[in-house]
Design a protein around this ligand. Structure first.
Ligand SMILES: *Cc1c(COP(=O)(O)O)cnc(C)c1O
Length: 355
């Protein structure tokens, strides 16, 4: 007798993008700033009074209040998760029913497709036009495909395009299907956020994370904001103690420092602007097709040589992300940016302009 693993499970591969040791890691859109150093004392104090023998607060009350204060949202409309990844898994696994269909707009965050696949859900994808979302085409596609749920990231990871708030609102208001807007990068510049409409529009779920502009990828903390009805469903679907006491405590400390977010976001955007400016000559002289950036902490490089460049950088102990057939580079410290820019110019055999 031998145990035979089902074919689908046999073919799954773990998400291991960032395994290995590299001098320069610009692959995961992490912040190069560590707020843990800044708020060391508050974090230590929270740790010292934490009852480790007790389960964490299952309702994450203080955490949702801190989030509510930071984003001017009623805490009753907020569900916290072990990273927004957990919430995505919940939404695409348990909330989305087997007879329902998910629509994604490609290229977009790869985990949407991964979860839909793992949970065996029906999914249709639509290519963006010149990497941008066009609301009328999306509405038409939803209608034609009879899609029940639309998900997209705004700003988009990896291509960095932003759908303006007016367009997002028109999209949400023109359908009675569920729209999930993943605002993982919206904290870099919140003018196009629709988080205030979650609950006002009953078909909207907005996802937020502490991993990007807040610079706390290590604590694993994300949030879903929606109507009280959907919030109730998510609370019923999630496991009761999904956010640890450590994460709740650290999350409260960071979210209560809204001023930190502004400062950190400005620094990361400035770094992204420099990275973009440093790389731009490669586009100007036709070495790569196009370099895109927006109000985020990364740049997206369209190139046919993605595979080769990615490996060559790895050999130089620099890790970036290969995604959607192209390259995405997280903005890092000045030194990290310098290393990746120099390496790319060297690979293209170009002299870097001295400034
Ligand atoms: C990073 C990222 C997430 C995941 O965030 P976590 O809270 O760290 O799980 C979700 N969506 C997008 C588009 C991201 O880039």
């Amino acid at each position: 007798m031998a145990y035979i693993l089902n074919e689908k499970l046999k073919n799954l591969v773990p998400y291991s993008g960032s395994a290995g040791v590299y001098d320069v890691r610009l692959d995961a859109n992490e912040s190069f700033l560590n707020p843990g150093e800044l708020f060391k004392e508050e974090l230590q104090a929270a740790l010292l009074e934490m009852p480790l023998n007790r389960y964490p607060d299952p309702s994450c009350r203080k955490l949702r209040e801190a989030f509510g204060k930071a984003y001017r949202i009623a805490p009753e409309r907020v569900v916290a998760g072990n990273g927004s990844d957990e919430l995505l898994s919940l939404l695409l696994g348990a909330f989305l029913q087997d007879d329902q269909k998910l629509l994604t707009l490609e290229p977009d965050f790869s985990m949407y497709g991964v979860y839909a696949e793992i949970y065996g859900k029906q999914m249709v994808s639509m290519e963006k036009e010149n990497m941008e979302i066009h609301v009328d085409s999306v509405l038409e596609k939803m209608e034609r495909e009879q899609a029940d749920v639309l998900i997209f990231s705004n700003p988009c990871n990896p291509v960095s395009s932003v759908l303006k708030r007016d367009d997002v609102v028109r999209l949400i208001r023109s359908t009675d299907k569920l729209v999930i807007v993943d605002e993982a990068y919206m904290d870099f510049d919140s003018e196009d956020s629709v988080v205030d409409l979650a609950g006002v529009c009953d078909n909207l779920i907005v996802l937020k994370t502490c991993s990007k502009a807040w610079g706390c990828a290590g604590i694993r903390l994300g949030f879903a904001v929606s109507s009280e009805e959907i919030t109730g469903v998510l609370n019923a679907l999630r496991s009761p103690y999904n956010v640890s006491s450590f994460t709740q405590a650290a999350g409260c400390v960071i979210l209560n420092h809204a001023e930190y977010l502004q400062k950190a976001a400005e620094e990361m955007k400035a770094s992204a602007a420099k990275l973009y400016a440093g790389l731009l000559p490669l586009e100007k002289c036709g070495k790569v097709k196009r370099i895109r950036r927006s109000k985020t902490n990364f740049v997206f490089i369209e190139t046919e040589r993605a595979d080769e460049l990615h490996s060559a950088l790895r050999e130089r102990s620099i890790l970036i992300r290969k995604t959607a057939g192209n390259l995405r580079i997280t903005a890092g410290t000045e030194e990290e940016n310098r290393r990746v820019i120099e390496a790319l110019f060297e690979l293209f055999g170009e002299e870097r302009e001295q400034k």
